[in-house]
Design a protein around this ligand. Structure first.
Ligand code: HEM
Ligand code: PLO
Length: 483
């Protein structure tokens, strides 16, 4: 099944000692755009040196499928980086931890816990709908003045994750909720992937303002979450787990999670539980709220698409009741709007760096153990060979001519294979319930005289839209905010 290695190696950028290819990467472009540009010159599979690290960049969906799926196990490693090691106590999480038997067990435990609270029960739906309810009320109270929707959306999504992870639901102005949002923003600002400290670990010996801010935010996070963990330990009962923390604590003592004699690892420790909770937070909030904001930004640019979603909602749900998960099958156009949002602006445009755990190959070229691999999902989602007018927001790409859903093979917003996003079904459920409820109850317009949202975005730890304002107009029957 494996092809023999092709003659010649992967085209590589020039490099200098210590700096690697950095002098050839100057300019203002964020990595996903820079790589897309370089792939025109060096071909869709090329290599470069980030400092001392040989890194292969993959720009086509065929190569991405090889790395993520066909040889997914070979490439399921993660590099060790200064900032993410700080964030995760040296890889005691899922996303930034290198591949190991313990990681596999840990990942499965988290995945199962999500399933318990996810698809299987209506609890998750209730949690999301409660948050949606107050988000709608808040947006509708803006009285047709232009508002930046981002903090209201972040608050709502954070509340969902707080309920899911440790059963807390906060009022709008709760200080603990504010604290969570603040430390999270601080981490997002300071951990930007590809930051210099991650290329040259020795830079950390120099005073570094953003590294100390990161440490400070992590301290706040740890204090808050340790407190929740202690509370949960004291009140843990034999019954059904109340939330993710309960499920993890129970998983800790069941099966392989326990210390296994003869192996040097300690199983799922309290540190692992804490890091998992922290990560569910970070991943759950940043990705979902950013995706919602991108979709709103595009809907302001395309009022006709917004109207078509609303027409679909009016026909299949109406205004007499809330939308529920069971309506999803009847709302293919809404689903295609969500997909198109994730295609055109993937929140994680180069995924998380992968590493080769053994000698392997990509496109017939030998790739040796330890090689870093970046999958440029941006260029895959904008490949003109597979997408007609890739820069156009056109949800119909995800529907056939009968209006039935189709999933193009070049669409992988959650990645694939052993490192696929563990939150995918949770994310999809949230995006569906948030967007459908919002558009059922209100319309979004560009404020009079204000510019349309900038669609370029800014790459931090995720690709975010720049701040923009909307005017919220209640739809018939929802003038008072609630039914
Ligand atoms: C990993 C996308 C929501 C938890 C990832 C990856 C992507 C992604 C592209 C990296 C895959 C790779 O490196 O190959 C998204 C998108 C989301 C979303 C587009 C929403 C629109 C969530 C949510 C959670 C979550 C809600 C959890 C609450 C994770 C975790 C990983 C991950 C733990 C690491 C998996 C691993 O390394 O094994 N996600 N995600 N994500 N995501 Fe998500
Ligand atoms: C966001 C800030 C949090 O405080 C910590 C955190 C944890 C998990 C990260 C997330 C941050 C950013 C988005 C990431 C997520 C894991 C998977 C997800 C990188 C840094 C994506 C989209 O790949």
């Amino acid at each position: 099944e494996t092809k023999p290695p092709a003659r010649g190696s992967i085209p590589c950028l020039p490099r200098l000692p210590i700096l690697g290819s950095l002098p050839w990467l100057r300019g203002h472009l964020p990595p996903h755009l820079l790589f897309t540009q370089l792939s025109r010159r060096y071909g869709p599979l090329f290599a470069l040196y980030f400092g001392p690290h040989y890194t292969v960049v993959v720009n086509t969906h065929q190569h991405a499928r090889e790395v993520l799926l066909q040889r997914g196990r070979d490439f399921a490693g993660r590099p060790s980086m200064v900032t993410t090691n700080l964030l995760t106590r040296g890889g005691k999480d899922i996303a930034f931890s290198d591949y190991s038997p313990l990681w596999k067990f840990h990942r499965r435990l988290v995945h199962n816990s999500f399933t318990v609270f996810g698809e299987g029960t209506s609890r998750l739906q209730d949690i999301v709908l409660t948050a949606v309810e107050s988000l709608c009320a808040e947006l509708l109270s803006s009285e047709r003045q232009g508002i930046d929707p981002s903090s209201a959306i972040t608050r709502a999504v954070t509340n969902v994750v707080c309920t899911l992870v440790f059963s807390a639901t906060y009022q709008h102005s709760d200080t603990e909720l504010q604290e969570v949002i603040q430390y999270n923003n601080g981490i997002v600002e300071t951990i930007a992937r590809g930051g210099l400290v991650d290329i040259y670990p020795w830079l950390k010996v120099f005073p570094n303002k953003s590294l100390s801010k990161l440490k400070q935010c992590i301290t706040v996070r740890d204090r808050l979450l340790s407190h929740k963990l202690q509370e949960h330990k004291l009140s843990l009962s034999d019954g059904e787990p109340r939330d993710l923390l309960d499920a993890l604590l129970k998983g800790q003592t069941g099966g392989q999670g326990q210390k296994s004699s003869g192996s040097k690892d300690d199983g799922i420790t309290d540190d692992h539980v804490l890091m998992t909770a922290a990560e569910a937070f970070g991943a759950g909030v940043e990705t979902t709220s950013t995706t919602l904001l991108w979709i709103l930004a595009y809907l302001l640019h395309h009022p006709e698409i917004q109207e078509r979603v609303q027409k679909e909602l009016d026909e299949h749900v109406g205004s007499e009741r809330s939308v529920s998960v069971s309506d999803r099958g009847k709302l293919p156009y809404l689903d295609s709007v969500i997909n198109e949002g994730m295609r055109i602006r993937p929140v994680s445009p180069v995924l998380i760096p992968h590493t080769a755990m053994t000698n392997s190959s990509i496109g017939g070229h030998a790739v040796s153990q330890g090689t870093r691999v970046l999958v440029n999902m941006w260029s895959i989602h904008h490949d003109p060979q597979h997408w007609d007018k890739p820069d156009l927001f056109n949800p119909e790409r995800f529907l056939d001519n009968q209006g039935v859903r189709v999933t193009p093979s070049c669409f992988l917003p959650f990645g694939a294979g052993p490192r696929v996003c563990v939150g995918e079904s949770l994310a999809r459920l949230e995006l569906f319930l948030f967007l459908s409820s919002l558009l059922q109850r209100m319309s979004f317009r560009q404020p009079h005289g204000a510019p349309l949202p900038n669609l370029q975005g800014r790459l931090g730890v995720v690709l975010q839209p720049l701040p923009f304002k909307v005017v919220v107009i209640p739809r018939a029957g929802w003038e008072d905010g609630v039914k």
